[in-house]
Design a protein around this ligand. Structure first.
Ligand SMILES: [Zn+2]
Ligand SMILES: [Zn+2]
Length: 568
């Protein structure tokens, strides 16, 4: 009988959207799986990203052996620079995931010191008492894996993000065989992606967007703009293929669009025929009916390339009459306002906009499994214990219900003890919960401190040490600055001089500070177009950036800056 227990420690992503991170601990050895971020919700305006509180890992730093990443999405790797800056453990992931991560690490001056290990599907690495096999799965980006982790107490399977796409565009099939093998031998616990549990049936294959895209490419007389998540490499490939077929050259616009497409191209995931590529500065001269633009900003982020192109404030491209814009991404709840404001701008400029829910043919399909695919994985893995992950509470709850049919399935002749009894228990857990396994079974075993930390990463070349952690302590030290202005909704004119209100922020000499801050805001307004001024997301972001620069220079303080716009 072993003395040791296996613990699954959920640091984020359960009962909340994004910020996926968990740890497995056996004895004194711990591995961390994914370290994602969360995009700030509107009530957190004024911060750039939200990351999980990792103080539990820091307190047990001598136990943390490695970080394992399932794929390159921000909600899985976005907070890795922050983790590595505090805890430089070896990282294991597929080459593509590592390449995307490296870019991010370089931005924080961590690329030199990070210890990155490439792994490929079907490979196994041994870390302390864990043997971790990487298993290829289909999802909305490339090089995604599920993990089968053999521990002294049995095998645990972590699904990562997946859908079961029977016809993936790159013909890299979901490795269902390997998963079934583990299921046959007996699996102690399954942790599985719950994102789309509310959707019955199967999620359509990535190929399902082709007809909708084809129609756009066939019918558009002007330029075609396609905006999707930059990591949606399959989608980028489809757009490139159609551009080639319909005799259009392709430009990649937006920093993340340029960098991820470059990585994907270099690593052979994105094929671009010779001579097809158009440099951003060549766009203005190119014949409109011969151009396709892949552009970042499908979520209406105020400073993204698409938002800027929609209000004529992008360096290389302005969208105008006759252009077609395809928003090929899910409208993430919370982003509706920004997205539809941008769509309004595009229509106003005379562009044709195709977006999900308003398009007769799908221009986007999800990368997450619907109910039938989730059941398929449950049936193949046949775990003794099932723990839904990656979802809000209702989704975890419904995913647990979905597994009920597995309870008490009859023992298979010749099955091992672990495989004999079918599902014993499901656990609907939340971030902070600890689940413990031993020879007697599994149970909830207390909680660890978790939370969210808000980060203002500022310009991309700021290093991690300079990141401002805006926790309560910080807010009480540096205070808050509220630039308040009244803008006429229809004319875009500023009706009264801006007000600057401060709380808990003490500049050396208050009077000149307020006066100068007011001038900064006025200057920002003067240098902005009427369209930008009418787009509160954009104008707030510009004011925030300019004021932040000014306050940093003046005071070396970093108050929270929250522009307030009154519509009159
Ligand atoms: Zn994902
Ligand atoms: Zn995810």
């Amino acid at each position: 009988m072993t003395e040791h227990k296996l613990q699954a420690i959920f640091l984020g992503g359960l009962g909340e959207f994004g910020m996926n991170i968990m740890a497995l601990r056996y004895g004194d050895d711990m591995v961390v799986i994914d370290t994602g971020m969360m995009f700030p919700e509107t009530e957190l305006l004024g911060v750039d990203i939200v990351i999980p509180d990792i103080s539990f890992l820091l307190e047990n730093r001598e136990q943390v052996r490695a970080l394992i990443l399932t794929h390159c999405h921000e909600d899985h790797i976005g907070a890795v620079p922050f983790l590595l800056s505090e805890l430089n453990v070896p990282v294991y992931a597929t080459p593509f995931t590592l390449a995307v991560l490296e870019k991010r690490l370089a931005e924080h001056d961590l690329a030199e010191t990070a210890e990155l290990h490439e792994v490929h599907p079907r490979e196994t690495v041994a870390i302390g008492p864990f043997r971790i096999e990487f298993i290829h799965v289909t999802h909305s980006t490339v090089a995604c894996v599920m993990l089968a982790i053999t521990t002294p107490l049995g095998v645990v399977v972590h699904s990562g993000d997946f859908k079961v796409d029977p016809t993936p565009t790159d013909n890299e099939l979901f490795d269902l065989h390997t998963i079934a093998e583990y299921g046959k031998r007996g699996v102690l616990a399954l942790f599985s992606d719950s994102t789309n549990v509310e959707r019955p049936g199967f999620t359509p294959s990535e190929r399902a967007v082709r007809p909708g895209f084809e129609e756009v490419f066939a019918e558009s007389q002007g330029r075609v703009f396609v905006s999707c998540f930059t990591s949606s490499v399959h989608r980028l490939q489809l757009a490139v293929d159609l551009a080639a077929e319909y005799n259009r050259k392709v430009a990649f616009i937006g920093r993340s669009m340029a960098s991820i497409s470059e990585i994907a191209h270099r690593m052979g995931y994105l094929e671009i025929p010779d001579g097809l590529l158009l440099r951003p500065h060549e766009l203005a001269q190119a014949r409109r009916e011969r151009v396709a633009v892949l552009i970042a900003g499908s979520q209406g982020e105020p400073m993204s390339a698409l938002s800027r192109a929609a209000v004529d404030s992008h360096k290389h491209v302005a969208i105008s009459r006759g252009d077609t814009v395809v928003l090929s991404a899910r409208i993430i709840p919370g982003n509706e306002k920004g997205i539809f404001r941008m769509v309004d701008h595009l229509f106003r400029r005379g562009a044709h906009v195709v977006y999900p829910d308003a398009s007769p043919r799908p221009v986007h399909v999800s990368g997450h499994a619907s109910q039938e695919e989730q059941k398929l994985i449950l049936n193949l893995v046949k775990p003794r214990y099932f723990i839904p992950i990656h979802g809000e509470y209702r989704q975890l709850f419904r995913h647990a219900q979905l597994a009920e049919h597995l309870r008490g399935i009859p023992a298979r002749p010749g099955a091992s003890a672990a495989a004999a009894g079918g599902l014993e228990e499901t656990f609907v857990l939340e971030s902070g919960d600890v689940l413990e396994f031993d020879d007697h079974g599994a149970r909830k075993a207390g909680r660890i401190p978790v939370g969210r930390r808000c980060i203002d990463s500022g310009s991309i070349d700021e290093v991690v040490e300079e990141m401002v952690i805006r926790d309560r302590r910080h807010l009480s030290e540096d205070g808050i600055v509220l630039p308040i202005l009244a803008i006429n909704r229809f004319s875009g004119k500023v009706e009264t001089p801006p007000e600057i209100v401060t709380r808990g922020f003490a500049p050396g000499e208050p009077e000149p500070f307020v006066e100068r801050a007011r001038e900064i805001v006025l200057r920002t307004l003067e240098s902005s177009s009427d369209e930008e001024k009418a787009d509160y997301g954009v104008i707030k972001e510009k004011i925030r950036a300019d004021l932040k620069r000014f306050i940093n220079q003046q005071t070396a303080r970093r108050p929270l800056i929250l522009p307030v716009i009154l519509e009159v």
